[in-house]
Design a protein around this ligand. Sequence first.
Ligand SMILES: *[C@@H]1O[C@H](CO)[C@@H](O)[C@H](O)[C@H]1NC(C)=O
Ligand SMILES: *[C@@H]1O[C@H](CO)[C@@H](O)[C@H](O)[C@H]1NC(C)=O
Ligand SMILES: *[C@@H]1O[C@H](CO)[C@@H](O)[C@H](O)[C@H]1NC(C)=O
Length: 187
Amino acid sequence: MEKSLIIAALFTLCSAILAIPSSSSQTHVQNWAETLTHKEEKITKLHFYFHRLGDKTGVPVVSQANITGPSPTDIGSLFIKDDPLTLGPELSSTQVGYAQGMSATVSIRNAAIVESFTFVFTDGAHNGSTVAVLGSNFLLHEYREMAVVGGSGVFRLARGVVSYRTVFYNISTGDASVEVNLVASHF
Ligand SMILES: *[C@@H]1O[C@H](CO)[C@@H](O)[C@H](O)[C@H]1NC(C)=O
Ligand SMILES: *[C@@H]1O[C@H](CO)[C@@H](O)[C@H](O)[C@H]1NC(C)=O
Ligand SMILES: *[C@@H]1O[C@H](CO)[C@@H](O)[C@H](O)[C@H]1NC(C)=O
């Protein structure tokens, strides 16, 4: 069987197996929605770090366009990332989740990427909750901001902003540690 067919078959199988939990979680969301009129919006501030470990946590997924190699800004590359999140600036500090998603180099003028990813929390009070982020990341700016556009679990109906500041970058390996401040309003 062709690989794409196997993947399609697996997807169909998984969807069938997952059908019951997903419909019950929809009911759960509906029940939750009915309590919203009694709830006040609250603000959560989070501070953590993510770590890019060269090509171990970020991989290019499309072959380059002809313009990408010669371009000084690398326009036209698409990457998938799965970067660990930690409480402290060291990779060895307590791990609290992952930043999982996509980045694309999008500018012919600047070192800019557009990112679309999810902070997936796997520890503490936010374990199992996610925050969805979308925005332009101007890599050479000291502070970069992107929009929090939604979330799940604790962060249902979230909106807010996330800021980045690079604390370590090794140009030869691509390894980096980036400080993250996240402010989100949610119910
Ligand atoms: C990319 O470059 C190759 C080799 O020069 C050429 O054959 C191909 O037509 C180019 N593709 C596009 C989309 O311009
Ligand atoms: C986070 O939640 C998962 C799924 O409910 C659970 O298996 C895991 O033990 C939790 N981790 C921590 C550190 O609480
Ligand atoms: C960057 O990585 C290279 C290769 O592992 C290493 O030799 C070098 O010391 C690193 N530089 C910094 C600033 O950590």
